[in-house]
Design a binder for this molecule. Structure first.
Ligand code: ADP
Ligand code: ADP
Ligand code: ZN
Length: 222
């Protein structure tokens, strides 16, 4: 099964994708993580993306579509994937459908994590990740069980994203409103959109997502 997570920055897309990946053996494809990897490698793609990401702007459609296309062609994606952070413009959504259908594939369902804007800024400014395994935490809602130690890998090193500063978050939310929110009607029209209340606790959100997937016959709830 192929799933899309839609939602504003900080809605919980990464958190929920990771969980579904572990529980149902799907592959999480985070275009943000892929871009950050390109930036730290210093590749041509990374060089083109860095200034835009630092400013909270979207990177050009052609760049991100090319990156995604080569990722979903890889062997590990053939049994199903979760898109986290793609598509983010109508052009990306349309291109995704045509790229999949030419391979005899499709998007089975689109999960929209709905979270009020006032909540997002606090979620993002409290976000940090393990420097070793990448697990995401939050200072308030989701700290490590033992302070300063990653639950998953035991590392003591944590990092914050450069674009999680408040000024940049304002810009990212503007981009979301202007370019990404208009995708919702595209998926609503085809009956593929499930609206999930992303303001519940993370485990309650997971429950709602599993109910949505089960209602489509895509999973048997575990
Ligand atoms: P978040 O999960 O907080 O919304 P991401 O990690 O998905 O943030 O994205 C970080 C940045 O990477 C975005 O602000 C944008 O610059 C770039 N980016 C990621 N995915 C896309 C995409 N599909 N289209 C354009 N830009 C993207
Ligand atoms: P996104 O990938 O949509 O940008 P993340 O999954 O990185 O969002 O979550 C943003 C921040 O909010 C992280 O610090 C995460 O731990 C926290 N978070 C995620 N889901 C919830 C939730 N349901 N309630 C409270 N905090 C959450
Ligand atoms: Zn870790």
């Amino acid at each position: 099964m192929n799933i899309i997570f839609l939602g504003p920055p900080g809605a919980g897309k990464g958190t929920q994708s990771k969980l579904l990946e572990e529980r149902y053996g799907l592959i999480q494809i985070s275009t943000g993580d892929m871009l950050r990897a390109e930036v730290s490698k210093g590749s041509e793609t990374g060089k083109q993306a860095k200034a835009l990401m630092d400013a909270g702007k979207l990177v050009p459609d052609e760049l991100i579509i090319a990156m995604l296309k080569s990722r979903i062609a890889q062997a590990d994606c053939q049994n199903g994937f979760i898109l986290d952070g793609f598509p983010r413009t109508l052009a990306q959504a349309e291109e995704l459908d045509s790229m999949l259908s030419s391979d005899g594939k499709k998007i089975d369902t689109v999960l929209f994590l709905d979270v009020d804007e006032e909540i997002l800024a606090d979620r993002i400014s409290g976000r940090f990740t393990c420097g070793n395994c990448g697990k995401t935490y939050n200072e308030v809602s989701n700290p490590p069980k033992v302070e300063g130690t990653c639950d998953s890998c035991g590392s003591h090193e944590f990092k914050r994203r450069a674009d999680d500063k408040r000024e940049t978050v304002v810009e990212r939310l503007k981009e979301y409103r202007k370019l990404t929110a208009p995708i919702l009607p595209f998926y609503e029209k085809t009956g593929r959109l499930h609206k999930i209340n992303g303001m519940l606790s993370a485990s309650e959100v997971t429950g709602e997502i599993e109910d949505a997937l089960a209602s489509e016959g895509l999973i048997t709830k575990k």
